[in-house]
Write a protein that binds this ligand. Structure first.
Ligand SMILES: C[S@@+](CC[C@H](N)C(=O)[O-])C[C@H]1O[C@@H](n2cnc3c(N)ncnc32)[C@H](O)[C@@H]1O
Length: 254
């Protein structure tokens, strides 16, 4: 019996793949590639192509389609079908599932993982963490996610606005996933929740990829930003204008 391994391949730049992920990708028997549509290319696969070209014997590549819909019944049917395919392969060898960023954060992997854990308890499970878009976006925008006692909250930006408002009241810094154009719709909610026009905001699209776009400014400037939709975007919004250690200890300049 083989192992089913969830591998986080990072946010985009192949150099952000971990050594452990690279090692597993070079040795597993089967690699599952999640796709939102059969005819769409897989971004995760694009990120590991270089590593896969170093293999002595190619892995079996298994495309699994997970449409991005909120149709729970149809989705469940697909997870069950895909879990059965993975289980049949795992009976004969090690199977990896590549996923963007980290497998434990809003990943398609989680549905399959839970399904396999429940239905095929005999299969050993392993997770190799990846650099998540959350930390990659903080690095690209050079905005710290949290310092000292700050509370950082991660919110999918398509959440019910009332829930966003409530969560925002208790957060010092917020990471909004799937953000892009929604950043403008979030402005009034943030202003009602203790954020101000001077709060700092960063919007990063296609982080660490060749078409990366980083915008950093104040909340008051966001309405003037030219923001086009892009699924691969994350925003960080910070209540404070400047790093808090500067506020407490003065600036680094003497
Ligand atoms: C299904 S979630 C996957 C999150 C992923 N597991 C992670 O750890 O980053 C997809 C969301 O992640 C974010 N994302 C993933 N990769 C990104 C990138 N390279 N640049 C910007 N956002 C990204 C976007 O907000 C996107 O809508």
């Amino acid at each position: 019996m083989g192992v089913f391994i969830g591998i986080g391949v990072g946010p985009g730049d192949p150099e952000l793949l971990t050594l452990k992920a690279a090692k597993a990708l070079k040795t597993v028997d089967v690699i599952c590639i999640p796709k939102s549509h059969a005819n769409k290319p897989s971004m995760a696969l694009g990120m590991v192509k270089g590593i896969l070209s170093e293999r002595k014997k190619p892995a079996e590549m298994l495309e699994l389609v997970f449409p991005m819909t909120k149709d729970d019944l149809n989705n469940r049917k697909l997870w069950v079908e895909n879990a059965a395919i993975v289980a049949s392969k795992a009976k004969k060898g090690n199977v990896a599932f590549i996923t963007l960023g980290d497998p434990m954060l809003y990943s398609t992997f989680l549905y399959l993982y839970e399904c396999i854990k429940e239905t095929y308890p005999e299969i050993e499970l392993e997770i190799i963490p990846g650099v998540t878009s959350v930390t990659a976006v903080a690095a690209s925008s050079k905005l710290p996610l949290a310092e000292k006692e700050e509370v950082v909250t991660i919110i999918p930006s398509d959440l019910d606005p009332a829930k966003i408002e409530e969560a925002a009241k208790h957060a010092d810094n917020i990471v909004f996933m799937k953000c892009a154009f929604r950043i403008k719709e979030l402005l009034p909610i943030l202003l009602k929740s203790g954020f101000t026009e001077n709060s700092t905001v960063a919007l990063v699209k296609r982080c660490t990829l060749s078409k990366e776009k980083v915008m950093v400014g104040k909340l008051s400037e966001v309405s003037g930003w030219d923001v086009t939709e892009d699924y691969f975007s994350v925003a960080i919004v910070k209540k404070s204008q400047v790093p808090i250690h500067w506020k407490q200890n003065g600036s680094c300049k003497a």
